[in-house]
Design a protein around this ligand. Structure first.
Ligand code: CO
Length: 212
C-alpha cells in the first residue's frame, strides 16, 4: 500500500496544472536550469524561498539549513556556493534570515538540544562579537530580532570571505551578496543594506590575491 497518498495526489494535480498551462513545461525543465540567484535560507517550513520572491522552478538555486548559516568549514554550503557561482554563473547570492528563527533563539539560551548546539555555536560567536550592543537593548524581543539581523550580516561576510566569491571578483564576474530578513508575521522582506559586490569592500585580512 502506498504511503503518503495525499502527497502523490497533490503531485498528480500539480503535473496536470503545469501541463495544462504549458504542454512543453517538463520538457523545458529537463533540458537545463539557468537561475540568476542563489538563496541561502533557513530550513523553517514557513519560509518557502521561491514563493516569497515569486520565482518559478529553474529561477532560484536554493540552499537551506538551520538558521541560514554559511560557516567557512561547511562543505555542503561551500559546494553549493561553488556550483552556483562557478558553473551556473549566478550573479546574486541572497542570504535570507527570518524573525522568529528558532535556531537563533536557541543560540541565545542555554538548553541542550543536541548536535545542533555545535552548529548554532556559529550564532553564539555572532552574539559574543556584538554582546555590548545587544545587551544595551532591554527588550528581549528587540535583542532577538537584532541577532537575527546580525547573523545574516555575518553570513554575508562569510560568503564574501570564501575563495569562491573572491575568485569571481578576480575574474571580473559580476557578483552581489545580499543580506535580507523575512518577516513571518507580515510576509515582507527587509533588505539589511549590507550588500557586497567587490573584493575591496572586504576587510583586508580576509582578502586573498587570486588574480594572476
Ligand atoms: Co529559522
Amino acid at each position: 500500500m502506498q504511503k503518503l497518498k495525499n502527497l502523490f495526489q497533490n503531485n498528480k494535480e500539480w503535473v496536470a496544472s503545469k501541463i495544462h498551462k504549458d504542454p512543453q513545461y517538463f520538457r523545458r525543465m529537463a533540458e537545463a536550469q539557468d537561475p540568476l540567484y542563489l538563496w541561502i535560507g533557513c530550513s523553517d517550513s514557513r519560509v518557502p524561498a521561491n514563493e516569497i520572491v515569486g520565482l518559478e522552478p529553474g529561477e532560484l538555486f536554493v540552499h537551506r539549513n538551520v538558521a541560514n548559516l554559511c560557516p567557512h568549514t561547511d562543505f555542503n554550503c561551500l559546494s553549493v556556493l561553488e556550483y552556483a557561482i562557478d558553473l551556473l554563473k549566478i550573479q546574486h547570492v541572497i542570504v535570507c534570515g527570518h524573525y522568529g528563527c528558532s535556531g537563533v533563539k536557541a543560540a541565545m539560551e542555554d538548553h541542550r538540544l543536541g548536535l545542533v548546539d555545535n552548529w548554532l555555536r556559529n550564532i553564539r560567536d555572532v552574539y559574543a562579537h556584538s554582546k555590548e550592543d545587544l545587551e544595551k537593548m532591554s527588550d528581549p524581543k528587540e535583542r532577538y530580532n537584532r541577532l537575527v539581523e546580525l547573523n545574516v550580516m555575518q553570513q554575508v561576510l562569510n560568503v564574501c570571505h570564501t575563495t569562491i566569491a573572491q575568485g569571481a571578483w578576480a575574474r571580473g564576474q559580476p557578483l552581489w551578496v545580499h543580506g535580507w530578513v523575512y518577516d513571518l508575521s507580515s510576509g515582507t522582506l527587509k533588505d539589511l543594506d549590507c550588500c557586497i559586490s567587490s573584493a575591496d569592500q572586504v576587510e583586508a585580512i580576509y582578502r586573498i590575491r587570486l588574480s594572476k
